[in-house]
Ligand binder design. Sequence first.
Ligand SMILES: Cc1cc2nc3c(=O)[nH]c(=O)nc-3n(C[C@H](O)[C@H](O)[C@H](O)COP(=O)(O)O)c2cc1C
Length: 249
Amino acid sequence: MLIAERVSNIKHPHGINQRCQNPRSALLPAIRSPSNGGTPSKIKLANFTDSILNYNLPPWRSSIARALHRNRSLPNARYIQLATIDNNHRPQNRTLVFRGWLEPESKIKFVTDIRSSKAINLLADASPWAEACWYFPKTREQFRLGGTLELVTSACGNTSHSQARQAAWEQMSDSGRVQFDWGTPGADRSEDPQAFNPPQPDEHQPSANFCLLLLDVRSVTHLELRGEAQNCYLYGLVDGEWVIRSINP
Ligand SMILES: Cc1cc2nc3c(=O)[nH]c(=O)nc-3n(C[C@H](O)[C@H](O)[C@H](O)COP(=O)(O)O)c2cc1C
């Protein structure tokens, strides 16, 4: 409550309400196009909001949507560094591709191999806490998203998560899908060339090694390098509600 009161006068960096009760207003900054002088495009507004208008989006979602839009010409703007803690309490960090959001919870979707170190550690009850670090080169801004990870395997009993895993598989390219049947990641390099040339998997039948990895975001730090001086915003959950603080960079 103390924090919520303290932040009550802080305006959202892109002009939206910090409590973000109105999803349409939250999305407006994300669909403003620099090429039309910042006027929201009605066509894009319709497309973008139709599927998610009913969700009460956390306020940081519009900042990330805006960054994704402004950096859309850069494929590497969809690469995220994901840091985890292994079973020996040591950090592990690696690059993953952002695969979109699991709605309505705004969980970040990744895909990974059940035989990878991160998956093995999660299945062996390593800490689920993780931090994603996402840099957008064109707009020179960084988001650090802290939260907990869930691994969605072929054995998942949650129907919506299983459906999301299936959809993620179907959205992969053929070359992406086949990698889940390559030789075991982390093992000594296979001499057998067949280890990297398995039959092409069925586009509707996910490989048993294929997992969806979900990051349930609990805190976000947004650093904008542009500006005099730089801006930094900290989003956190207080009593289940997102609050935002402007902090020193
Ligand atoms: C640009 C780039 C994108 C990558 N995307 C993914 C990905 O989407 N999923 C994945 O599991 N690994 C991806 N990798 C490989 C991971 O960085 C990492 O090497 C692999 O997941 C094994 O990590 P682990 O042993 O820590 O589990 C990517 C690597 C690079 C360089």
